[in-house]
Design a binder for this molecule. Structure first.
Ligand code: ADP
Length: 400
C-alpha cells in the first residue's frame, strides 16, 4: 500500500469540506470546513487530529482563497500537520455529476475538465462549484496529481430498463434525460463493506443499501454491480428526504402552479426546500432527532411523517428485492440510517416476508458496523457507517 497523504476536497456552491487522510494508516490527519465562501461572514473550521478545533472568521472571496487558507492551515508551523505541500501526494475531488461519460473515477486532465463541464446543466448547482475547487487546487499545487470521484459513477452499471423513463425516447437521445443516481461513493463503500463483514464474495451477493441522510437514496447491488437506485436525473426523485419531496405525480407541479399562482421554478423550489419530512410535518422539522422526540410524545404530525418516511423506504426495498429476484443483505447508513433505531425498526416491520427479525439490543448500538438482525434472520440487516472521504482517498491512491 502506498504511503501518501491525500487531500479530499468536497466543494459546494459556497462551502468547501476537506480531509487530509494518510493512505497507509487510513487515519484522518486533519479535517475542516470553509463556509459562506463569497458571502459576508466567511468562516473556516480546522481540526488537526488530536488537536483543538479552531474556528476562524476570515474573508474568502472565492474558492481559490478558501483552498489557499486550507493549505496554509495544513502547513502552519504551529497547528499544521505537514511541513510543506510536498507532503500532500494527491488530491481527490468529489464531483457530483459525471453524466454518462464517467463510469469510474479518473485522473484529472484538460479533457476530463471539459467533460465535467459538459455535465454542468445536469447539476447546475454542484458541478460548477466542483470545477472551481479543482482549478483552485491546480493553481496552488500544479505538480500534484488530482483525481475526480463521481457521485454518479457507481450507478452507471444500471441496465437500460432501470435507467430509462417512460417518456419519448428521443429525450434520452437528445438531452440524456435518464436516471443517473447519486451518493454512489457511499453505496459502493457500504455494499463492499457488507460483503467483507459477511466474509462472502461481493460478486455473489444481492445487497440493498439505504443511504438515509438529509438527502436519501437507496440502491440495489447485484453481483457487485449497481442495478437500480432511487434518485434520478436529479437528486429530487425517490425517497422522502429532509426537505425534498422524492417521488410524486408529475402533474402535481402544474396543479400547484395554477392553485398558488406560482411559476414552475417556484414550485420546484418548494419541492426541493420545503417538502420532505419538513413539509409533511407541517414545517415542524427536517431533523429526525426532533421528529423522534415528538413521535414518542405522540405528536400526530411526527407520527404521520415518520410512518410515511419508513413506508417509502420499505416500498423501495420491496421493489429492489423483485428487481434482483431476492436480497441477501440490507444495509442502513448515513445520518438517519446510522443513528435512528426507530426508523430502522419501522422499516423492518414491513420486512417479515424476507424472514427479517431485528435484534433490538444490537439495533440500539451506534457508531460502528453492526449486524442488527438476529442470527436466524434469513436476510441479514447491517448498520454500516458510511465514509465517503475514505472511499475518495482510496480511489485517488488507486489511480495515481
Ligand atoms: P447529509 O450528509 O445528507 O446532509 P446526514 O447524513 O448528515 O445528511 O444526515 C443528517 C440527518 O441525520 C439529520 O437531519 C438527522 O435527522 C439525522 N441524525 C443525525 N444524527 C442523529 C442522531 N443522533 N439521532 C437521530 N438522527 C440523527
Amino acid at each position: 500500500m502506498k504511503d501518501i497523504n491525500v487531500l479530499v476536497i468536497n466543494c459546494g456552491s459556497s462551502s468547501l469540506k476537506f480531509q487530509l487522510i494518510n493512505s497507509k494508516s487510513e487515519e484522518v490527519i486533519a479535517k475542516g470546513l470553509c463556509e459562506r465562501i463569497g458571502i459576508e461572514g466567511s468562516k473556516m473550521t480546522y481540526a488537526p487530529a488530536g488537536g483543538a478545533k479552531q474556528e476562524t472568521e476570515t474573508p474568502m472571496k472565492d474558492h481559490t482563497q478558501a483552498v489557499e487558507l486550507v493549505l496554509h492551515a495544513l502547513t502552519d508551523a504551529k497547528t499544521g500537520v505537514v511541513k510543506s505541500l510536498d507532503e500532500i501526494g494527491a488530491v481527490g475531488h468529489r464531483i457530483v455529476h459525471g453524466g454518462e461519460d464517467f463510469a469510474s473515477s479518473t485522473l484529472i486532465t484538460d479533457e476530463v475538465m471539459k467533460a465535467i463541464e459538459k455535465c454542468n446543466d445536469l447539476a447546475p448547482l454542484h458541478n460548477p462549484a466542483n470545477l472551481i475547487g479543482i482549478r483552485a487546487c491546480m493553481e496552488l499545487m500544479p505538480e500534484t496529481p488530482m483525481v475526480a470521484v463521481f457521485d454518479t459513477a457507481f450507478h452507471q452499471t444500471m441496465p437500460e430498463e432501470a435507467y430509462l423513463y417512460g417518456i419519448p425516447y428521443h429525450y434520452y437521445e437528445d438531452y440524456k434525460v435518464r436516471r443517473y443516481g447519486f451518493h454512489g461513493t457511499s453505496h459502493s463503500y457500504v455494499s463492499k463493506r457488507a460483503a467483507k463483514l459477511l466474509d462472502q464474495k461481493y460478486e455473489d451477493l444481492k445487497i440493498i443499501v439505504c443511504h438515509l441522510g438529509n438527502g436519501a437514496s437507496i440502491s440495489a447491488v447485484k453481483n457487485g454491480k449497481c442495478v437500480d437506485t432511487s434518485m434520478g436525473l436529479t437528486p429530487l426523485e425517490g425517497l422522502i428526504m429532509g426537505t425534498r419531496s422524492g417521488d410524486l405525480d408529475p402533474a402535481i407541479i402544474e396543479f400547484l402552479c395554477n392553485k398558488e399562482g406560482k411559476s414552475v421554478n417556484e414550485i420546484l423550489s418548494v419541492l426541493n426546500k420545503e417538502s420532505g419530512v419538513l413539509g409533511l410535518s407541517g414545517g415542524f422539522s427536517s431533523d429526525f432527532r426532533d421528529l423522534e422526540k415528538a413521535y414518542h410524545a405522540g405528536d400526530a404530525a411526527a407520527v404521520r411523517t415518520m410512518k410515511a418516511f419508513a413506508y417509502r423506504v420499505a416500498k423501495y426495498i420491496g421493489a429492489y428485492t423483485a428487481a434482483m429476484n431476492g436480497v441477501d443483505v440490507i444495509c442502513f447508513t448515513a445520518g438517519i440510517g446510522e443513528n435512528n433505531p426507530l426508523t430502522r425498526t419501522m422499516v423492518a416491520s414491513y420486512l417479515g416476508y424476507l424472514g427479517i427479525e431485528l435484534d433490538e439490543e444490537a439495533n440500539a448500538k451506534r457508531g460502528e458496523d453492526v449486524l442488527i438482525s438476529i442470527p436466524s434472520s434469513r436476510t441479514k440487516v447491517f448498520v454500516i457507517p458510511t465514509n465517503e472521504e475514505l472511499a475518495i482517498a482510496r480511489e485517488t491512491v488507486a489511480l495515481i
